[in-house]
Design a protein around this ligand. Sequence first.
Ligand code: NAP
Length: 520
Amino acid sequence: MTASAEIWSHVEETTIGYLGKTMKSPLKNAATPIRPSVWSPRVVIIGSGVAGILCGIMLRAQGIHDFIILEKADRLGGTWRDNRYPGLACDVPAHLYVYSFRPNPGWKNRFAAGPDIWRYYAEVAAEHGVTQRIRFNEEVLSAHWSGASWSIQTSGASKSLEADILISAVGRLQHPKYPDIAGLDEFSGKVFHSSRWPDGVDFAGKRVGIIGTGSTATQLTGALAPIVKRLSIFQRTPQWVLTIANPEYSWIQRTLYRIFPGLHERYVAKLKQESRAAVEMITGKDRTIIRSMCESGLASVRDPVLRQKLTPAYEPGCKRIVMSPDFYERVQSDSVELVTEAIDRIEAQGLRTVDGTLHEFDALILATGFKADAFMRPMSLTGAGGTTLDEVWKNGFLNYKSVAIPEMPNFFMINGPYSPGGNASVVGIIEVHVNFIMQCIDYIREHRLALAPERQTTERLLRRVREAATDTIWAQGGCSSWYLDKEGIPLINPLSIDELRADMRLPQFGDFVETELEAG
Ligand code: NAP
């Protein structure tokens, strides 16, 4: 069996349910395309993270070889390239954080370390001939629809490119959110955002400050507390933390999973079941179990004053639940202090809180999260009739099922605004989106046309998503988070992965405006 046929037969059986049905014939023949009369469009993908790599793999499997991936950095990997902080890991079980057609029996831990995840995706990209299709140091500055194709301007050597289809795979959490704190540039030591980790820093024996207590700060705390002289964590809002062990897989386990794929499949199926139950526990109506699990971790904090400081005043699941094997243990270390007084300003020696205390340190890490509402920025996009993305998004992120935008013909995005989220695995969501987009591309090829979602249909569907999103823990749980837009409505579709899969299994082409393209 050829590599691409193998992908599809796997995908058919596993995550992407639809593929076997309608695309069976073209995809089966993807390795040696048997539809030479079908137009092969030029495709440009922006970004070489988990989504961009998958697009490349699937285009090849579909027999489209005229594609490139434009990557602004000098390495692939998206978030797993940008984030390099000590302690970086993924809180989704590693065996579920993979493409469905490429299981990895060799994960070392239940929750994989960041570099191991990066390596997996780099390996898969190489295995499927995608790496050589990436042009590095090519940031897309603008893209303009000419009526028949996209003209793309980049910052790199390509400068200007033409594409029939443009796919944005830029990721949702890529722009660091720097805190607006007076004196930030007056600090005399090193100060940097967690996703911009500098080379060669050594914190052994140093005094370090961390602003924030989200997933990132918690992982940093686990890694830094044992080595620093003093760690000051500046907490604005306590987080619900689920204490969860991160056991290693023994050599024997890994070998058995490799030798007996059926055994590995059974294990992955069990993890999937547990994961579905966990998502339901966090986002479902009855949250008593998740609350009691979080509270039992919190109860391990011996000092009642510290425990009180760490106790959130909102519902668990409202912000993304932080998963950590050791946060409560580390925060009780002698070398760690949790500062809850509000930050007044930053000075040359450290950070002054509003009670007048100066907290001195040698380095300050901003674990302050990302600008989730800066999606696809600062790239400028101009679609049909000169309509810009800024105009379409003037009153919010109008988009069709998180993958397409009205007035933007033959433009697709992956994991766009209102994608499902919370504590679910983003890889499954990306597969559903890419599968949907590939069907659209097949339709575009077959009929040689430009597709853009119809505006009123898009508005109607999005209204439904927003209504559903208001009745969720993210909106009702009494917290603020990066999930919420300016009106306090979550930018997340509450569909479960199974519901999303059913909803996006087959494109409804009636929801799109079709424009015929002339044969070139
Ligand atoms: P985050 O969840 O947005 O947390 C940012 C933290 O910084 C919060 O504690 C926030 O406090 C604090 N903060 C922000 N601005 C501040 C200011 N001006 N003054 C004081 N505190 C401030 O960011 P993150 O921890 O980087 O995580 C972001 C997302 O990345 C996660 O939700 C997750 O999706 C992903 N992530 C995943 C993993 C994983 O294991 N899968 C690991 C890391 C990150 P408030 O709560 O008061 O706003």
